[in-house]
Design a protein around this ligand. Structure first.
Ligand code: ADP
Length: 232
């Protein structure tokens, strides 16, 4: 079953730049998909449209049966609750501990204390950071901070995890650790993962589905893709 369908989508920014042209895609539930392409090819724009940070100027973006392009602004929280988002720069709250960072969103939606604890510890265990729950972000390596950000994104067991260049600030060793964490989440929780990256080594090693963009156009969609072989 498709979790996501992108139909005839165009995104033209107010300054006149067209970031995405007539894009059509379907992404199956449970898949792990890379979005690849050079800088400015439209990767972030596509990810942002999936979580309704940006709206397409044409077309439909169906996520879990709902056209997120048509959603009213005040209803956006309904889809955000079902997805986790991970950014290149972690975006942790510096004055909160690891535990508090991961617990924060659950507390905001009024989850019971026991449930918060159970979910937070499970998420931190899944990313291999259960031993650092009382540390603050600045006491962690970049790779560890990104693992906290991933724990925060999966703590409510979303169906979809969107990652925009999650390894962009990390060295190759830490990047591979992050990829192992994401791969395990995909396999064990069945979470659909969409990850934008321009890291060839990662894409070639993981052998996942690949959506290749060039100047806003879809140039390739492969089941087991590599970076080098794509026409980008
Ligand atoms: P990528 O993530 O592949 O680097 P982006 O989606 O960030 O690509 O950008 C695609 C194109 O859209 C680029 O030409 C970029 O300059 C332009 N763009 C991105 N965001 C905006 C914005 N908020 N306003 C205007 N143009 C933008």
């Amino acid at each position: 079953m498709d979790l996501i369908r992108v139909k005839n989508v165009e995104k033209k920014y107010k300054n006149g730049v067209t970031a995405i042209y007539d894009l059509n895609l379907a992404i199956e539930k449970g898949s792990f998909v890379f979005i690849i392409g050079g800088s400015g090819s439209g990767k972030s724009t596509l990810i942002k449209m999936l979580y309704r940070e940006e709206k397409p100027t044409k077309g439909q973006i169906i996520v879990g049966g709902r056209d997120v392009a048509k959603l009213r602004d005040r209803k956006v929280y309904l889809i955000r609750r079902k997805m986790g988002i991970v950014f290149q720069d972690y975006r942790l709250l510096p004055k909160l501990t690891v535990y508090e960072n991961v617990a924060f969103a659950l507390e905001c939606i009024g989850e019971k204390k026991d449930e918060v604890r159970r979910k937070v510890l499970k998420a931190l265990e899944d990313v291999g950071l259960k031993n650092k729950i009382h540390n603050y972000p600045d006491q962690l390596s970049g790779g560890e901070q990104q693992r906290v950000a991933i724990a925060r994104a999966i703590v409510n067991d979303p169906k979809l995890l969107l990652c925009d260049e999650p390894t962009g600030n990390l060295d190759p060793k830490m990047s591979m650790e992050i990829m192992k964490v994401l791969d395990d989440i995909n396999k064990q929780r069945g979470t659909t993962i969409i990850m934008a990256t321009h890291d060839e080594k990662i894409v070639n090693k993981m052998k996942k589905q690949v959506i290749a963009l060039k100047d806003g156009h879809l140039v390739n969609f492969k089941q087991k893709g590599t970076y080098n072989n794509e026409a980008i």
